[in-house]
Design a protein around this ligand. Structure first.
Ligand SMILES: Cc1cc2nc3c(=O)[nH]c(=O)nc-3n(C[C@H](O)[C@H](O)[C@H](O)COP(=O)(O)O)c2cc1C
Length: 385
């Protein structure tokens, strides 16, 4: 029996939500590029579970509350944002649109959202900063050649980035079988614009059964980077440090003790270790362990305003979204990204009104009922990957 789902959108109609943008992007992108973005590692269990975790929580709305004004604005590391949804760091935006990261960061600025730019951006971090009008953080991978990381940190500080996000779940890149099957490689006109050209070696000559990005990460990522080395990073910069990819209370406590300002609870969108606890389910223990010492964000599978509400009710200060931003960019450049972000903002405001929670500081676990049933069907069910 087919599960009941929301009415299927005619593909010629304008996309209304991230899923519609994904369907539209699928028709525009080459299969290996679509798969590189959509896919996860291993059996893609964590990719699916990150989504399913949101569906397990049902909302407990309160009635007869004055919701004539709902206020989604907040702050992140002391800077105002118009609503608690930011753009997750993602490599190579030019894979889906020639305007790449410039379009993305402009769209975020227009709606007042945070952007986290990736080390592997296809636009230089300085150009991204020039196009930014909203808050901007840089995601940093720690490279074997430490001087590369040190130079990224210094350039970020000089360009006006306000925080550094250190991704801690990628000492090596996990096997992503879609990329292996497709022999994924970068098209020749796209390069890691933040790195010297000697980094480009091997990114372009692929073959079935291997991914040049995975081979590149194996050569350059520093798998020996540990907690002890965080002090080295701290010594390079006064910018706040945020760790991305923390999933346990133990790591959250350790980070907080070391003066880390923020944590992003994340499975890397199901692209690293497959079979982890879903990010949303790891969130409460990380929030409890961090206390008021770190701001805690979460990403992975956020597709609706009600998802944002659920994450905030479980203690997140904000969420990041990844793939939906690239689907918006693929479909309509800067305007597409703006529509994806504005839709999430509008849905969040609607959800605040309809649950009787007009202010973010009233969001708490009592908003949620955790069901032990199957997750309710979502629009995800309508289209197998
Ligand atoms: C195409 C793609 C590229 C990514 N590149 C990076 C990256 O360079 N650095 C990083 O820390 N995370 C990277 N991520 C992970 C995202 O930051 C984020 O954790 C994840 O996409 C969130 O899940 P969502 O896509 O379901 O919203 C990437 C994700 C995707 C889909």
């Amino acid at each position: 029996m087919t599960a009941p789902t929301a009415a299927r959108t005619d593909r010629t109609e304008p996309p209304l939500n991230p899923r519609d943008f994904e369907a539209a992007a699928r028709t525009r992108l080459d299969r290996p590029v679509f798969d590189y973005i959509a896919g996860g590692s291993g059996d893609e269990v964590t990719l699916r579970e990150d989504r399913a975790a949101y569906a397990r929580y049902r909302l407990r709305p309160r009635a007869l509350v004055d919701v004539s004004r709902c206020e989604p604005a907040t702050t992140l590391l002391g800077r105002p944002v118009a609503f608690p949804v930011g753009i997750a760091p993602m490599a190579y935006h030019q894979l889906v649109h020639p305007d790449g990261e410039t379009a993305t960061v402009r769209a975020a600025g227009t709606v007042g959202a945070l952007t986290v730019a990736s080390t592997f951006a296809s636009t230089s971090l300085e150009e991204i900063a020039r196009a930014a009008t909203g808050p901007l953080w840089l995601q940093v991978y720690v490279m074997r050649r430490r001087e590369i990381t040190a130079s990224l940190v210094r350039r970020a500080e000089a360009a006006g980035y306000q925080a550094l996000v250190i991704t801690v779940d990628t000492p090596r890149m996990a096997r992503r079988e879609r990329d292996l099957r497709n022999g994924f490689r970068l098209p020749p006109h796209i390069r890691p614009a933040n790195l010297d050209e000697d980094h480009d070696t091997g990114l372009y000559q692929g073959r079935a059964g291997s991914s040049t990005l995975a081979a590149h990460a194996a050569r350059h990522h520093d798998a020996a980077f540990t907690w002890d080395d965080l002090a080295w990073l701290r010594s390079l910069t006064g910018l706040p440090l945020v760790l991305k990819g923390v999933l346990t209370a133990e790591d959250a406590r350790r980070a907080a003790t070391l003066g880390v300002a923020g944590l992003i609870v994340s499975t890397h969108g199901g692209r690293q270790l497959d079979g982890t606890v879903p990010a949303l389910e790891a969130l409460p223990e990380v929030v409890a362990a961090a206390g008021d010492r770190c701001e805690v964000l979460v990403d992975g599978g956020v597709r609706r305003g009600t998802d944002v509400l659920k994450a905030l009710a479980l203690g997140a200060r904000a969420v990041l979204v990844g793939r939906p931003v690239l689907w918006g960019l693929a479909v309509d450049g800067e305007a597409g990204v703006e529509r994806v972000l504005a839709t999430l903002r509008d849905e969040l405001e609607e959800a605040m009104a309809l649950t009787g929670r007009p202010r973010l500081d009233t969001l708490a676990p009592d908003l949620l009922h955790r069901s032990t049933d199957r997750p309710y069907p979502t629009t995800d069910d309508r289209e197998p990957a």
